[in-house]
Design a protein around this ligand. Structure first.
Ligand code: F6P
Length: 320
């Protein structure tokens, strides 16, 4: 039977991570466990930056973006000898198990630690929505709303000047943020890694819109498709008749107070993670599928194919 657990956040921060931390701490304490916070992800495990948390430590954080535990991306954690230092630091405090809140990279670390004797449960904390074992990741909904809010503002000035706005959004290699913000905005074009559009086709469509006297065009593009989005916008200007302006929304997308949806998701997932650890489970990750909280083996989860939302694509043309 376990008596002490730790919690950390790892990878890019995401709104709602604090709600997940709170849920883990409060659920853990409720079941009589001692709960420890680990600062700055796996880095804090290796550097022994670990401290006991009480219920007050997580008071008043449900509405705060970012993560009170800090986060980091520690490439060295792939190295078994580095992980052994982390295991030793946990063992000397008697910490038997860990909740890791982060993206797929963080999940691998959690699986490896489990194989070294520390049961770990992963929670999907990332704005990218790129984890196939859950319909939604913690932070995605807030980020989507932040993007929609920003694009609403860009739309105003784009229309006033009869321009084309080319807006690059985050998502790493997953197009969900671009696809669904584009649908929410009624964007004229949406370009994602799953649904790329040849440049000539982009120009042709925009040319037609310009010739049809459309007052503006909104093009939402996933990051990492065009090496230089500003150069892409210049090519649109030359080829279409629209004056195109590129905008990179950047890290504003990762900040801000979490939406109600993300807070509730994080609370449900955090409590479930503690249940799993109490049941002696490890090397698993929590998800929400069809509104039910579920858990998968991490290796299996990382093999699952991601939904490319093909059925949603037709909306782009139908609603244009
Ligand atoms: O994984 C979250 C994310 O925001 C991605 O969308 C983005 O590609 C990356 O992190 C940026 O990370 P950083 O802030 O470390 O450059």
């Amino acid at each position: 039977m376990i008596s002490k657990i730790g919690v950390l956040t790892s990878g890019g921060d995401a709104p709602g991570m604090n709600c997940a931390i709170r849920a883990v701490v409060r659920a853990g304490l409720k079941y009589g466990l001692e709960v420890f916070g680990v600062m700055d992800g796996y880095k804090g495990l290796v550097e022994d930056d670990i401290f006991p948390m009480d219920r007050h430590y997580v008071s008043n954080i449900v509405n705060r973006g970012g993560t009170i535990l800090g986060t980091a991306r520690l490439r060295e954690f792939k190295d078994q000898t580095v992980r052994q230092i982390a295991v030793d630091n946990l063992r000397k405090r008697g910490i038997d198990a860990l909740v890791v809140i982060g993206g797929d990279g963080s999940y691998m670390g959690a699986k490896k630690l489990t194989e070294m004797g520390i049961n770990c449960v992963g929670l999907p904390g990332t704005i990218d929505n790129d984890i196939a074992s859950t319909d939604y990741t913690i932070g995605y909904d807030t980020c989507l709303n932040t993007i929609v809010d920003a694009v609403d503002k860009i739309r105003d000035t784009t229309e006033s000047h009869q321009r084309c706005a080319v807006i690059e959004v985050m998502g790493n290699h997953c197009g969900d943020l671009a696809l669904f913000s584009g649908i929410a905005e009624g964007a004229e074009m949406i370009i994602t890694p799953d649904h790329p559009i040849p440049e000539e086709e982009v120009f042709e469509s925009l040319r037609q819109l310009h010739d049809a006297k459309r007052k503006r065009a909104i093009v939402i593009v996933s990051e990492k498709i065009y090496p230089d989005i500003f150069a892409f916008a210049e090519r649109i200007t030359k080829a279409t008749g629209f004056e195109a302006k590129a905008e990179v929304l950047g890290r504003i997308q990762r900040g801000g107070s979490p939406s109600a949806f993300d807070r509730i998701l994080a609370a449900r997932m955090g409590a479930h993670a503690v249940d799993c650890l109490l049941d002696g489970k490890g090397g698993i990750c929590v998800g929400m599928v069809n509104n039910k909280i579920v858990d998968y083996d991490i290796y299996e989860a990382l093999q699952l194919p991601r939904d490319k939302h093909v059925s949603v694509l037709r909306l782009i043309d139908i609603l244009k």
